[in-house]
Write a protein that binds this ligand. Structure first.
Ligand SMILES: Nc1ncnc2c1ncn2[C@@H]1O[C@H](COP(=O)(O)OP(=O)(O)OP(=O)(O)O)[C@@H](O)[C@H]1O
Ligand SMILES: O=P(O)(O)OC[C@H]1O[C@H](OP(=O)(O)OP(=O)(O)O)[C@H](O)[C@@H]1O
Ligand SMILES: [Mg+2]
Length: 386
């Protein structure tokens, strides 16, 4: 329990009043100090009183399934009693509740302190967070939900030869009476972008979906919406223009900054989630490659391997002797080399291994790469001043 000490100081001396939060045991000693001291109990809000940690996950839409898949791949399977229940749990993380919410509500509830952690698209974080400093990004590239928020205009009519934001801005058509009408679900980011780009005669209209139909219906001149493959724009006779991308987005893990500092157990849970995410995502693009190579000693084999540009692995190759029994005698004629190889560079690496007489090449998927330290954790602690 805590009490609030309000010091109603003389305005002549201090010009204002203060509040101090002190443990109750100090109350008696304080109350007799001065007539200017008043004590009242502090009422903690529900968000402050809560002892269980809450993680918000998208309840529907594109992010929902992939978020659960990502957590599962990190051995953090979310258990839901039935699909209509909005609360769930992760057996590995005791003292954690999972709440399924619409992505924009996740951001809102993080701001109010009703959620502590959440996973949403970066676009949703920016639109609904509106630069609120109480929100922090813990992991900025979860590797799915890639898209961009873009301004698009018709391919036809007065826009036929307009291919850049500069050209759009310089069109003589836009006036106070007849502004450029932009329909979007991202009015905060849209307005901010247009202000930054200096387009004055602009009016924003809102709609919840199928925005791409608005120009053809004559409701708007342009749209600001999410684009990934570009198919929806193309099929509706719209085009993106140079300089018209507001932001690039993918899934992010975010948190309430105050909760991170104050809520017991939250930092530990955040650390564990972050470590698992980083280890999984780092491993996602890599293969383990094992090959045998004839040689006189490990150093000579290492020199040969490191002469090839794609064979240095994460910190250099691991090279171990392969023991064979020949004519009753144990000898070492071969060395096994183990390296991590980016998936994209796999075939090139195999070719390079062969060129230095590597044989019996085994390739397997990597599940996790745990580094000595999680760089994002260090960054988080420093941002929290811990
Ligand atoms: N075409 C897309 N390709 C990739 N990611 C996308 C695409 N559209 C949206 N996203 C990402 O998925 C998030 C959720 O979008 P989605 O459209 O699934 O949900 P929603 O708009 O909240 O729900 P709904 O559109 O069903 O009302 C977006 O904030 C964005 O980060
Ligand atoms: O570039 P593309 O791959 O074609 O994707 C772009 C479309 O995806 C999103 O819509 P969504 O499918 O989520 O439908 P919604 O409008 O109902 O949200 C977005 O609002 C675009 O309309
Ligand atoms: Mg959508």
């Amino acid at each position: 329990m805590v009490a609030v000490l309000e010091l109603h100081a003389s305005p002549r001396l201090y010009g204002s009043s203060f509040s101090l939060v002190l443990p109750r045991r100090f109350r008696s000693s304080i109350s007799c100090c001065s007539n200017d001291v008043a004590v009242r109990p502090l009422v903690l809000t529900d968000a402050e009183q809560r002892s269980v940690v809450r993680l918000g996950l998208p309840s529907k839409g594109r992010m929902a399934e992939e978020t659960l898949d990502l957590l599962k791949a990190c051995q953090l399977t979310v258990k839901q009693v039935n699909p209509r229940q909005y609360v769930a749990f992760i057996p590995q993380l005791s003292n954690l509740e999972v709440w399924f919410q619409r992505p924009n509500d996740i951001v809102r509830k993080l701001q109010s302190g009703d959620l502590d952690l959440g996973i949403v698209g970066f676009d949703t974080y920016c639109e609904y967070g509106q630069g609120n400093e109480d929100l922090m990004i813990i992991h900025d590239e979860l590797g799915y939900g890639h898209c961009r928020l873009s301004l698009a205009i018709p391919r036809y009519g007065i826009f036929e030869n307009i291919n850049s934001l500069k050209e759009l801005t310089q069109m003589p058509h836009w006036t106070d009476e007849r502004p450029l009408r932009i329909v979007t679900g991202f009015t905060y980011l849209g307005r901010k972008f247009m202000e930054e780009k200096g387009l004055k005669h602009v009016r924003f209209l809102t709609a919840d979906g199928a925005l791409e139909a608005s120009p053809a219906m004559g409701i708007a001149d342009a749209i600001v919406d999410l684009v990934s493959s570009g198919t929806t724009l193309r099929e509706n006779n719209l085009k993106e223009i140079e300089g018209g991308v507001l932001l690039q987005s993918q899934g992010v893990l975010i948190a309430n900054k105050k909760s991170l500092i104050q809520r017991k157990g939250l930092l530990n849970i955040t650390h564990e989630i972050l470590e698992r995410l980083e280890a999984h995502l780092r491993a996602a693009g890599q293969f383990t490659v094992i090959a045998n190579m004839r040689g006189n000693n490990a150093q000579e084999v290492a020199d040969r391997v490191l002469s090839q540009p794609s064979l240095s692995g994460l910190q250099g190759p691991t090279i171990s002797p392969v023991y064979c029994k020949r004519n009753g005698k144990v000898t070492v004629d071969y060395y096994a080399i183990v390296i991590c190889v980016p998936q994209k560079a796999l075939y090139k690496s195999v070719q390079q291994l062969r060129s230095i007489s590597g044989s019996g090449v085994l390739v397997s998927n990597l599940t996790y790469i745990f580094e000595e330290e999680t760089p994002r954790w260090r960054k988080l602690l420093s941002e929290l001043g811990l």
